[in-house]
Write a protein that binds this ligand. Structure first.
Ligand SMILES: Nc1ncnc2c1ncn2[C@@H]1O[C@H](COP(=O)(O)OP(=O)(O)OP(=O)(O)O)[C@@H](O)[C@H]1O
Length: 626
């Protein structure tokens, strides 16, 4: 049995210290679980504790309830900014709009506070979706500026739309209750706590599901996400819509807690507390928003006699957090030797002989219809004629090489075939049908691409990278993921098992829980191919996958390609390693200056005068026989 070489036994860069031992990790898990139980116990008993120890119980209950409401908003901010990479300056505006919806329903329409909460969630969702819909193409900073403008508009509408919002004065007398009875403050405290737990669960379940993985994929690279059939627009709309709903909910609770809502709530000054909470606690961590907001609530309480300095202190806190602990409290803890997760040791892996069932099979394709076909493809970049009427037919059940000197148009051809580039002329067909117009549309039709430059999701684990590749197979909705429906759990279990089998086939199983960023270059390239295979492609396009691979890794790559061919798939290989191409490919297309100069089996290509001419001066590229 073959084995794949490993880097020296360094599990994700960890040594063998006490802090990496199983004993320490068991102890830490117990200690953290104990701390969490104590914290939850204190929060549950808080109204009783304050009642027993203080004459001012309702003040202290209100303090923690307010922090809980801020934590809900900060969780929403964490989901969109931390996990989704969407810089939102709109959150205080969403909270304001949510507050207005509940205020209007409870005070002006004499409706129930529960109805108010539903309406606020809906209003927050709709505003968020509207803002995102007009800014889908905006990059990170421009999106931030658009949300800033939207926030100003929300505040201004609040000031001017007096009939609904009460204008500058706002709406007062907003109280939760039923049948003329106002809900006691201690009961409302538990309502807030319940919604905080709900927001946390929504965040956790989303982030750990395919829905969250898709958003994180878009955050890292929307091109790569598209290559795996994920629609970046859909992923953004879904995430920002959920965040908007959560922010609207926090606005409803804010209005019900304080009894009033006015335009000042939406001002950015108020919004800064959520940013400080997020960055102090730890962006893109599950517990960060709650810990950060809790910390701030404590500080604000401690300096309440000097309240005029609160904004200054928060500003300084944000500055200090960014400079000293850029990962926030939770992120810094998780990156430290005390808090980082234990990962498996690297080991030499025996590659299983058997091709795992998860490697897709394509038996229904007609052998005479090309899996991917480009006819008369023309692509110009200004004056550069990158492709000049290229015809290429890639048949199912074959490995098709595309070779040619630097700048001959190989990557451009692939980008045109997969719709990353708009073509100037020509037709692209997938299994005889005209290809979809978008990159993710082509990917959804079964054409998956691995880029020339590694495009891994570096900040997530090796296993999560492969699971992200499986996103198009997942049939559960975001609600199914949040509720952990039986269908979600079934799929999740199967996917994890299959992802591990695929990793084992490529010799990467022992690194499944490593961060992708800690792999060697060759392992990263292999992981990209595994991730692409996980998306169950019918056509797999690999752009220079062999660059920088060790002999063992090259063998593993060739094995994967052969396994795919055996299963009836079409594999397209763009490579400079001509020996690798000649040994593996059934058909080869040779490009030069944007034109096809030869097409056929390796023997034909090797003996072609035009090809030898193109490679003149680099006979080494054509192998020994040339
Ligand atoms: N986005 C772009 N803008 C302008 N010119 C481009 C662009 N992309 C490619 N080109 C040009 O088109 C031609 C073909 O480039 P392409 O990258 O497709 O070649 P290649 O065969 O893949 O090269 P290599 O083997 O070096 O990757 C080159 O002249 C290149 O400079």
């Amino acid at each position: 049995m073959a084995t794949v070489e490993t880097t020296p036994a360094r599990a994700g860069g960890r040594g063998g210290s006490f802090f990496d031992s199983a004993g320490y990790h068991r102890w830490r898990t117990v200690a953290l679980a104990g701390l969490t139980i104590v914290a939850v116990g204190v929060l549950l008993a808080w109204p009783y504790i304050t009642d027993y120890y203080s004459y001012n119980a309702s003040y202290y209950n209100g303090l923690v309830a307010s922090a809980g409401i801020s934590a809900i908003l900060t969780i929403s901010l964490n989901l969109c900014m931390g996990y989704g990479g969407l810089l939102s300056m709109l959150h205080s505006g969403l909270q304001l709009a949510g507050g207005y919806a509940t205020g209007y329903i409870v005070v002006k329409a004499s409706g129930s506070w529960l109805l108010g909460i539903v309406a606020s969630t809906a209003v927050g969702t709709v505003i968020a979706l509207m803002v995102l819909a007009v800014s889908l193409r905006a990059t990170y900073l421009y999106f931030g500026m658009i949300t800033l403008a939207a926030n100003l508009i929300v505040v201004e509408v609040g000031r001017e739309w007096e009939l609904v919002t009460g204008g500058i004065v706002g709406i007062s007398g907003i109280a939760p209750g039923a049948g003329g009875e106002i809900m006691p403050k201690e009961v409302f405290y538990y309502v807030v706590l319940g919604f905080l737990v709900l927001a946390y669960i929504v965040q956790r379940n989303l982030v750990r599901s395919g829905v969250g993985r898709a958003s994180m994929a878009v955050r890292e690279s929307s091109d790569t996400a598209s290559a795996m059939g994920i629609s970046p627009n859909r992923a953004k709309l879904l995430l920002f819509g959920i965040c908007g709903g959560m922010a609207g909910l926090s606005g409803a609770l804010y209005a019900l807690q304080l009894g009033f809502i006015n335009p000042d709530v939406g001002l950015l000054d108020n919004g800064i507390i959520f940013f400080v909470g997020l960055f102090l606690g730890g962006s893109a961590t599950l517990a960060g928003p709650i810990i950060g907001v809790g910390f701030i609530a404590l500080i604000v309480e401690l300096i309440k006699d000097q309240a005029r300095y609160t904004t200054l202190v928060l500003g300084l806190l944000l500055l200090a957090a960014m400079m000293l602990i850029p990962g926030g409290i939770v992120g810094t803890w998780k990156n430290s030797r005390f808090g980082r997760d234990r990962v498996t040791e690297a080991r030499d892996e025996e590659l299983p002989e058997q091709v795992p069932d998860v490697v897709p099979e394509l038996r229904d394709a007609r052998p005479d219809v090309p899996a991917l076909e480009g006819t008369g493809i023309v692509k110009h970049f200004g004056g550069v004629h990158a492709l000049d009427g290229v015809d290429v037919r890639i048949m199912p059940g074959t490995v098709h090489g595309i070779i040619g000197p630097n700048g001959s148009g190989k990557s451009t051809l692939v980008s045109c075939l997969t719709r990353y580039h708009k073509i100037d002329a020509g037709i692209v067909k997938v299994f005889g049908e005209e290809a979809a117009a978008t990159a993710h549309g082509v990917a959804r039709a079964g054409v998956t691409r691995v880029f020339q430059v590694p495009h891994l999701f570096e900040r997530v684990s090796v296993l999560d990278n492969v699971l992200t590749g499986m996103r198009t197979r997942e049939s559960y909705s975001w609600l199914g993921a949040v509720l952990r429906s039986p269908s979600y759990r079934r799929q999740d279990q199967v996917e994890r098992k299959e992802a591990l089998e695929l990793l084992a086939f490529a010799g990467l199983a022992s690194r499944a829980d490593w961060l992708a960023s800690s792999l060697s270059h060759g392992q990263k390239r292999l992981l990209e191919v595994v991730r692409a295979v996980a998306s169950r492609p019918k056509v797999l396009i690999l752009d220079e996958p062999a660059t920088g691979l060790t002999t063992g890794e090259l063998d593993a790559l060739a094995r994967l390609c052969r396994a795919l061919r055996e299963r009836g798939l079409a594999v397209v290989l763009i490579e400079h390693n001509v020996d690798f191409v000649m040994n593996l490919c059934d058909e080869i297309t040779v490009l030069e200056s944007g034109k096809v100069i030869e097409q056929g089996n390796p023997e034909r290509v090797r003996s072609s005068a035009a090809v030898l001419e193109a490679y003149l001066g680099r006979p080494d590229l054509m192998g020994d026989e040339s």
